[in-house]
Write a protein that binds this ligand. Structure first.
Ligand code: ATP
Ligand code: ZN
Ligand code: ZN
Length: 617
């Protein structure tokens, strides 16, 4: 028999690698406290499982009623009482038979016990861990649990949690099974941490790009298109066009050559590249063009542009003097993302990547990657993205389960990973390493940004690849006239237009800097007699390539100003008699600041300076 300390220590290994152990234990312990309170309130409730998650925990119960607000409040208060009761979390090893007796009235726990004895985890997945059954008890409540937990309820802050809602779920997540009630709670080490989290939630809800996108008419999801296929409305399309011009201009100056290649190719292409073997799950099924003639083939929507840019490289013979060759494209690609993960613009199924492939000599790899990092930093500065960190994304964790996601070539993985690690080290930029995040053909440097909720996503990516050049037998003629194989660098600097837009919408809560704002100037004539002057001013600005909205509607001035502010238009120009006479404009900013009247020419000069310098306002 193991001692209590040994059992507790054994439970530690169940804490996921990237989870703060203190928060994990605290959330998991609160889940038990919640279960105790729920069962006291609803003695018929049967607890199933209750794991910690990103911001708290949930617990699923087989329960025949929908708890009322009042009942939830009772449960929360009862939890506080239990916490204040200073109960220890006592762990005990039990045999399967003891477990079956203990939980004889709870078919879910009985199923869990059966699974555990067969080496399955609580979700019914095969698990390597040798099953030792343990139960944890606090106060009167006993739960089948592998831990780990805090020592006692004294370690929990009665002000540190909040029950958020109760939703429906299914046993083992399968809609064929019994439906359950899921109690969601957010839980933190202290009341202050909880408050900070709730404030972040509120801020995130305000900035949510789906909400802002609707309010500002940027994009929409049309059910008849299907999920993951949003459409950009005129204002969203304007932002996208600005981003595209912005990045392609930078690339042109950095020596990139832009191409257009087709979105569709024969399946054969992806068989050669290895996409068919390693990436098929993320591709739309091929289109079978039927028998006969030239149509006797299967066509695929491309999930990446690499094989296409390789054909550009191969379109003529290359010499060592030609390299590096930097092929770029705002490439459309199609990925069969699962319907559960697509949403808004951040994860879509049809996307346009700011893609490029650099074909370089081995001695140029580091220098070229450093160049990409430079380009990325410049672009981020203009876009106002200041908080990011670098991740060296590697293939399968050698200690984890085997994976067929990556090409099998240990020497290649080792040398490519080493190359990227050295570039990061030499650049002096802090970075962290992560397993299981590589591309199938090679490791990556991913640039991770945080959203309002602190969740990370990848914007830029730089990949070193020695696999595809070999598959496609790429060559250049070296100085000694022998054929050599180039290395390929895949890179996306401002990500897909979709993901970058979703990120920027949330970063600015829709109040884009002047250079990116879909409408930069709103002109508000006070009365009908000012319309002609307003229109003429609007045309002049349009002619200078500014984006202008002249409000010729019949609303009153204050309402028009308010509309322009709600649309987050940076400059609002009010035109009345005085302005007309003096060829002036009364300038207001979207935050309500009143800059007073200015000669029209002075305003135009100010606008030009702000827009040209990409001032972040
Ligand atoms: P992820 O891990 O986000 O699925 P990935 O590693 O498959 O992406 P890459 O093939 O490197 O992505 O694609 C380049 C970039 O395109 C990503 O870094 C990400 O910013 C963006 N991206 C990838 N998938 C999507 C998507 N479904 N919708 C929008 N943008 C995407
Ligand atoms: Zn537990
Ligand atoms: Zn690529």
């Amino acid at each position: 028999m193991a001692t209590e300390a040994e059992l507790k220590a054994a439970g530690e290994k169940y804490i996921p690698k990237d989870y703060d152990p203190a928060l994990y234990k605290l959330r998991h312990s609160l889940a038990h406290v919640l279960a105790q309170a729920v069962v006291e309130k609803f003695p018929q409730a049967k607890p199933t499982i209750g794991p910690p998650n990103e911001y708290g925990f949930y617990y699923d119960f087989d329960l025949d009623v929908n708890p009322t607000e009042g009942e939830l409040e009772w449960i929360a208060n009862r939890m506080k009482q239990i916490i204040k009761g200073k109960h220890a979390f006592k762990v005990r090893e039990i045999s399967a038979d003891e477990g079956r007796a203990l939980f004889k009235d709870n078919p879910y726990k009985l199923e869990l016990i059966d699974g555990l004895t067969k080496g399955q985890d609580e979700y019914g997945n095969a698990s390597a861990a040798a099953p030792v059954l343990t139960v944890y008890q606090q106060d009167t409540f006993v739960d089948l649990c592998r831990g780990p937990h805090v020592e006692a309820t004294n370690d929990l802050d009665p002000k540190g949690f909040k029950i958020q809602q109760v939703t429906g779920s299914y046993w083992r997540g399968d809609s064929k099974n019994k439906s359950l009630k899921r109690f969601h709670a957010t839980a933190w080490a202290s009341g202050d941490d909880l408050k900070a989290h709730l404030a972040r939630l509120e801020e995130a809800a305000k900035r949510d790009h789906r909400k802002v996108g609707r309010e500002l008419d940027l994009f929409a999801n049309e059910p008849v298109f299907g999920s993951g296929f949003p459409m950009l409305l005129p204002k969203g399309a304007t932002i996208r066009r600005l981003l595209e011009t912005f990045i392609t201009d930078y690339e042109r100056r950095a020596g990139y050559l832009h191409v257009f290649t087709p979105d569709i190719a024969k399946k054969e292409l992806y068989k050669i590249s290895g996409h068919w073997d390693h990436y098929k799950d993320s591709m739309f099924p091929p289109m079978d063009m039927g028998e006969g003639g030239n149509d006797d083939e299967e066509l695929c929507l491309r999930p990446m542009c690499c094989p296409h840019h390789i054909q550009v490289y191969k379109s003529k013979a290359r010499s060592y003097r030609d390299l590096p060759i930097r092929i770029a494209e705002l490439g459309n690609m199609y990925r069969f993302e699962r319907s559960g993960v697509v949403g808004g613009l951040s994860r879509v199924r049809c996307m346009t990547l700011n893609d490029a492939h650099l074909f370089v000599r081995p001695d140029q790899v580091k220098h070229e990657i450093a160049g990409v990092l430079q380009l990325m930093k410049k672009a981020y500065a203009d876009l106002g993205i200041t908080e990011y960190r670098f991740r060296l994304s590697k293939n399968a964790d050698p200690d984890g389960p085997p994976s067929d996601k990556y090409v099998d070539n240990p020497a290649m993985w080792e040398s490519s990973t080493k190359m990227l690690r050295e570039v990061l080290q030499e650049s002096g930029m802090p970075f962290f390493e992560a397993w299981n995040e590589a591309a199938f053909y090679g490791p990556k440097i991913d640039v991770q940004v945080k959203d309002v909720m602190g969740r990370e996503e990848t914007l830029s990516t730089i990949q070193a690849d020695q696999h595809l050049p070999a598959k496609f037998e790429l060559e250049y003629k070296d100085s000694d006239d022998t054929p050599k194989r180039p290395v390929m660098i895949h890179r996306g600097v401002i990500s897909t237009m979709e993901r970058m837009m979703s990120y920027l919408i949330e970063l600015y809560a829709g109040a884009f800097p002047v250079w990116l704002a879909p409408v930069q100037v709103a002109i508000v004539p006070i009365a009908d007699r000012h319309f002609a002057f307003a229109q003429k001013l609007g045309d002049e600005l349009l002619d200078k390539d500014y984006r202008v909205d002249v409000d010729l509607g019949d609303k009153r001035m204050q309402a028009k100003i308010r509309d322009a502010q709600l649309q987050k238009i940076p400059y609002i120009l009010v035109i009345g008699d005085k302005e007309m006479e003096a060829n002036a404009v009364a300038v207001r900013l979207r935050d309500g600041t009143d800059l007073g009247a200015k000669p029209a020419a002075e305003f135009v000069a100010m606008l030009e300076a702000v827009a040209k310098s990409r001032t972040l306002k």
